[in-house]
Ligand binder design. Sequence first.
Ligand code: NAD
Length: 341
Amino acid sequence: MTKTYNVAVLKGDGIGPEVTEAAVQVLDAVQATSDGFKLNYLYGEAGFRCIAEHGTNLPTETVALLKRTVACLKGPMTTPEEPGAPVSVAVTLRRMFNLYANVRPCRSFPNVESLKPNLDFVVVRENTEGLYSGVEFLLAPGVGVALRIITHDASLRVAEFAFKLAENRKKRLTYIHKGNILRVTDGIFKDAVKEAAQKHSDVVIEELHIDAATMQLIKRPETFDVIVTTNLFGDILSDEAAQVTGSLGLAAGANIGDTYGMFEPVHGSAPKYTGMNRVNPIATIMAAAMMLDYLGEKEASHKIESAVLSVLREGRVRTADLGGTSTTTQMTDAITSRVTK
Ligand code: NAD
């Protein structure tokens, strides 16, 4: 019997539409090879380009549309930086759907220069609180305060998630904080990780301060398996990790909650490349593969991943970020043809 999944597609801003359409092309190709499942795409408006018309980057119709779906493929969006402007769509969706674990696989790809060969680790970042709680105010002119909210419950559920992931991988978990300075907030985070550890005694744990961790990620990236940390530290570490393992154009991320998943490239909307057909679509294509894995369509997910690896291994089609001259379209077509082979 064919399973049908309603999935939302938000194309985003800048290079978002190009890379999202590329991922949908690959998703269409993989569905054509299997009669086991079908994706029913629901396209929604969101992002910077909505603000002028709707006064928000996430219109209520889009929220209603998302609620009719089980997962979302989200293109990168431009986030305005002025005080009072709408907060990032990604941050709003993470809170709205309680997508508490941000999962960013960091691995080396064939023919892509990485700091060391054969890297394969995952950064799991708490996704709903910390310095991204969005509670910021002016105390007096020139004096601003941002609240770094850390709760035991949110820390425990993300720690649980990370331990379960580690159990299915190399059974190593590194938890990262700055508890020597942020004693209250990171004290809560540390205690929650230790509590979760009691149920996962087969996982070897390591503790690092964030400043040491940024250095160790460069010095010995091959020793990491699963990293778990708070929101801002995780955001910074996972971008560093994307560079350690290759290009930002290859890195994908998942935002997972108990009942919903949102999948996106790690990179932003790279406005200067809009419409130029030159950026790498692989990050968004890998995000689409993660979405299929989340939906339980493991074989289809694996097919996409293998097609990406095969195109990279062959090395004939390379976008500018990988030192080549191929276009977004050429990369997408090469991956699509491997999927259908
Ligand atoms: P960015 O990731 O958009 O671009 C930084 C640089 O990375 C680009 O100039 C380009 O050289 C390279 N790059 C990015 N994507 C690439 C791809 N697919 N292929 C090849 N090279 C690629 O970061 P930025 O310039 O700091 O941010 C631009 C906008 O994106 C901002 O408004 C920011 O808020 C937003 N942003 C959104 C998200 C998201 O929606 N999840 C994430 C990060 C940044």
